[in-house]
Design a protein around this ligand. Structure first.
Ligand SMILES: [Ca+2]
Ligand SMILES: [Ca+2]
Length: 318
């Protein structure tokens, strides 16, 4: 991943007392201002959890009264029971800005029953129902049907071929695709990948899935076990009714079933994940972090962002 340097700030301090340099390093870091609280929270979660979430409930919640549940950082979308539907959504008060890049990685477990159903979907949405939005069960995957998730874009991992909704999937096998959820019984499967004969999502193992939103090209991409696909949105307003969305996962079972669960392992929203490198030099260069009275000390902050999204943020010096 490219490290893109997005800002350099240099300042010089004239010290009048024999202060330990660490004082100044801390001051510079603590004044860093992030765009929203959610970003700060995500960043601290990632730091505390060393790249993974300790508690998903800090930023996500399941659709109340449905079949999904959270246990620590494991989200069960559907238990291994028939006629289930559930979903997990991000905090509706801290939305994702689609003019900035987005990156999410998760481990998906689609079950162990090769003849099971129905699958899961990753969804970005601006449904008026917010984080209680959910479609129908069975082949509708919790995103389609009369109560479909509106103003949305979805990546479905479909473990069961349905004669109606999967009509354009040829040959008629398990597949992944990007869709625009609607109430129509005929869907268009964009960026379609069909699993080979005898290969099943429900293989009893977890697999990494990666989603990226590229703000510059308005393109959603997925990557799963070597399969990739992407879909370009022409207009944010037309697709989402906004430039801000919430995101999450849905899933369902029907007359067939599977245990379907996931673990979010990496998340970057609104271009966060800045890394701060602090370089301190005093003019004598030999006093191990302590400056002498009247000595000039230079402090150089280099802020880099591991995403390729050059989000602006503010530096303050005290
Ligand atoms: Ca299906
Ligand atoms: Ca499908």
């Amino acid at each position: 991943m490219d490290i893109k340097k997005i800002g350099i700030a240099t300042t010089a301090l004239l010290l009048c007392a024999n202060l330990p340099m660490q004082t100044h390093a801390m001051a510079a870091e603590s004044k860093q201002v992030y765009t929203t609280k959610a970003e700060s929270k995500l960043k601290s979660n990632l730091e505390e959890g060393q790249g993974s979430f300790l508690d998903v409930t800090d930023y996500f919640s399941v659709v109340p009264g449905k079949s999904s549940s959270i246990d620590k950082n494991i989200v069960t979308i559907t238990p291994d029971q028939k006629q289930q539907v559930g979903g997990l959504w991000s905090d509706s008060t801290n939305k994702v800005n689609l003019t900035k890049n987005f990156h999410l990685e998760a481990n998906l477990y689609m079950g162990a029953n090769q003849n099971g159903a129905d699958g899961m979907a990753f969804v970005m949405q601006n449904d008026p129902r917010g984080n209680s939005a959910l479609g129908q069960l069975g082949g509708a995957l919790g995103i389609y049907g009369s109560n479909f998730v509106q103003n949305a874009l979805a990546v479905e991992f479909d473990t069961y071929y349905n004669e109606d909704m999967d009509r354009d999937v040829v040959p008629n096998r398990e597949h992944m695709a990007i869709t625009i959820p609607s109430a129509d019984s005929t869907l268009t499967h964009h960026a379609l990948n069909i699993l080979p004969e005898g290969v099943h999502f429900a293989d009893g193992n977890e697999h990494l899935v990666v989603f990226d939103w590229d703000a510059a090209t308005k393109t959603l991409s997925y990557s799963y076990q070597g399969y990739t696909g992407s879909y370009q949105v022409q207009d944010l307003q037309a697709t989402f009714g906004s430039s801000e969305v919430i995101f999450g996962f849905t899933g369902s079972t029907g007359s067939e079933k599977n245990l379907q669960k996931l673990k979010i392992t990496e998340l970057q929203i609104n271009g966060i994940s800045p890394e701060l490198a602090l370089e301190i030099n005093d003019t004598k260069g030999n006093n191990n972090g302590k400056a002498e009275p009247s000595e000039t000390v230079s402090v150089k902050n280099t802020i880099s962002n591991a995403t390729d999204d050059a989000t602006s943020f503010k530096m303050e010096y005290g």
